[in-house]
Write a new protein. Structure first.
Length: 102
């Protein structure tokens, strides 16, 4: 298959999926932003719908987050008074590993 390059706009060919012409490089903004036909639709899986519900729930607010404690920790980190208990961190990491079957 050969193509002649002469600077003219490409010929719009029907899309195999829709039968409508594909947009060309010289399509107007109105043509590019035309509304989608009502016959086209999108179907989400149950998993995707669950993720959307979770996103809405998490975006609704700080459910279960102790904002006062978070602010106190931020302040302690900022002023250098926060200290990490390495023994507690190691112990919890080992507990998690055991729970995961490691």
């Amino acid at each position: 298959m050969t193509h002649k390059i002469d600077g003219s706009a490409p010929i719009a060919r029907p899309s195999e999926a829709t039968g409508r012409p594909l947009p060309t490089a010289r399509a107007s903004s109105a043509e590019r932003n035309a509304p989608v036909a009502a016959t086209e639709s999108v179907r989400l899986t149950g998993e995707a719908e669950g993720l959307q519900a979770l996103e809405r729930e998490l975006g609704a607010g700080p459910a279960g987050i102790d904002v006062a404690r978070v602010n106190a920790l931020r302040a302690a980190i900022a002023d250098g008074s926060y200290r990490v208990d390495a023994q507690a961190v190691a112990s919890r990491m080992l507990d998690l590993e055991h729970q995961l079957g490691g």
